[in-house]
Unconditional design. Structure first.
Length: 252
């Protein structure tokens, strides 16, 4: 259900109270201002990081994330629709999905480094593999949930397999596809930041890691806030798309 103006006002009021309590506690040293600096000091770190190429680092993180998401998400959706549509393909694919899906994809990153070297390709491969499985599974579930009656109606009017795909399979699966994209995007962003902790010198993850190493805690919080804003933007965009393609899902 879409949040009302009252819901947003309550959420905003709670956030203001929490940040005010944090500010007061840090200023009076009720909590460690070194580990939990006042929010006003954290916000003051944004202009400094902006001068230190914050925008460039954000752009690099987004490029890695979007590149990997496209490489993994598009094949995941296409293959998921095929698996959900074809019982034979589902029987063939299910054992492989059961074996590969539970593996945390970040543990395969060293293998990608062996294959591609310490390069952007290894990062993109890890993100793509992370995004591939949630999109595939949700697309397949969306295709399976479509009533066979719709396919029979199109066939009875002489519709081709392409017509079935365009007019039944794809639109009928879209809500589940977008739900899968939302899950995959959140996990993909997490993996992007985790990789930037270790093997890159630029990006939001690198900012957070460097801030921890140098105990510039304000910069660490700035990086976390930027990650949160990226996540909020991604989720809001997918919610907007879901509202357009399946408005009934946004109601109670």
């Amino acid at each position: 259900m879409k949040p009302t103006a009252k819901d947003r006002a309550i959420a905003a009021a709670i956030a203001v109270v929490l940040f005010a309590a944090w500010e007061l506690a840090a200023r009076n040293e009720w909590i460690s201002s070194t580990i939990f600096p006042p929010p006003t000091r954290i916000l003051a770190g944004f202009p400094r990081l902006w001068r230190e190429d914050l925008l460039e680092n954000v752009s690099l993180t987004l490029m890695r994330f979007l590149g990997g998401a496209m490489l993994g998400g598009i094949p995941g959706i296409v293959f998921g629709l095929i698996v959900g549509w074809s019982p034979r393909m589902r029987r063939i694919a299910d054992p492989f999905l059961a074996a590969l899906h539970p593996i945390p994809k970040i543990v395969l990153f060293p293998l990608f480094i062996v294959i591609f070297g310490v390069s952007e390709w290894s990062t993109l491969a890890a993100i793509a593999l992370t995004v591939f499985f949630p999109t595939l599974i949700n697309a397949a579930a969306g295709a399976r949930d479509i009533s066979p009656l719709y396919f029979e109606v199109v066939r009875s009017y002489g519709g081709s397999r392409m017509a079935l795909f365009r007019h039944v399979l794809l639109p009928g699966s879209l809500p589940m596809i977008l739900s899968g994209v939302r899950i995959a995007a959140n996990i993909g962003l997490l993996v992007t930041i985790a990789i930037e902790f270790t093997v890159t010198t630029r990006g939001i993850g690198s900012i957070i890691w460097l801030a921890w190493q140098t105990m510039r805690i304000e910069n660490l919080y700035v990086g976390v806030i930027v990650c949160s804003l990226i996540g909020i933007t991604i989720n809001a965009t997918i919610q907007w798309l879901l509202q357009r393609v399946a408005p009934w899902q946004m109601r109670e």
